[in-house]
Design a protein around this ligand. Structure first.
Ligand code: ZN
Length: 214
């Protein structure tokens, strides 16, 4: 399955996915209309600068919402206030030329290397600190001292008792756990539990995923 996925990604690396949509720009947009500069969007209409959510209409600059209307920066407004404020913001940021800029990184409540920015624009600790951004040190973890658990290859043979176990990552040897929601998800799609921790899986994913194109 993984090989097939990599083949699809490789064959479409230079293409943005905009499917069954009209007047939409950026990437991974489905069943939408007038979704401008949106990323990972399904069922959008008249939406600008929004990312990762489903069923949105008349929203601006939001992320990770679902079934939303008249939101700006993830805050809900009344219909008449939404259109007034949106126009005011757009006029301001066009006048000040901020319209074409990213949000200032210094406004982020997270350290640079904790954010998805590190996936796309990877920086070293020194580079991060040189930009006057925050850097989060790797958390020290206790050595793995539990008896090693063999994860069953067959998800059907994986019992709920695995939720109580501390597992050892096959890649970095650090500890990780499986939560109830993960176990039920893997059971639902018939895939065995991961043998690596979240961080290692994410690094693996970034290597094969289509890069975000700005
Ligand atoms: Zn790991």
């Amino acid at each position: 399955m993984k090989e097939k996925y990599i083949e699809i990604i490789d064959n479409n690396l230079d293409k943005n996915f905009i499917i069954n949509s009209e007047n939409c720009t950026w990437d991974k947009i489905y069943n939408s209309k007038n979704a401008q500069n949106c990323y990972i969007a399904d069922n959008f209409e008249d939406v600008k600068f929004c990312e990762i959510w489903y069923e949105a209409k008349d929203c601006f600059w939001c992320v990770g919402l679902k079934n939303s209307k008249y939101c700006i920066l993830n805050k809900q407004y009344k219909k008449q206030d939404y259109f007034k404020l949106k126009e005011k913001i757009i006029n301001y940021i066009i006048d000040t030329w901020e319209f074409w800029e990213f949000f200032p990184m210094q406004n982020s409540p997270y350290c640079y290397n904790e954010t998805l920015a590190q996936n796309t624009f990877k920086l070293s600790k020194k580079e991060i600190l040189d930009l006057w951004l925050d850097y989060k040190e790797e958390e020290k973890q206790e050595a793995y001292t539990w008896p090693e658990i063999k994860i069953p290859e067959n998800i059907k043979k994986t019992s709920d008792s695995i939720l109580k176990e501390v597992l050892k990552c096959k890649t970095c040897s650090k500890n990780y756990k499986i939560i109830k929601q993960e176990l039920s998800f893997y059971k639902k799609i018939w895939i065995s539990l991961p043998e690596s921790c979240f961080k290692c899986r994410n690094l693996e994913r970034i290597k094969i995923i289509k890069p975000v194109i700005f």
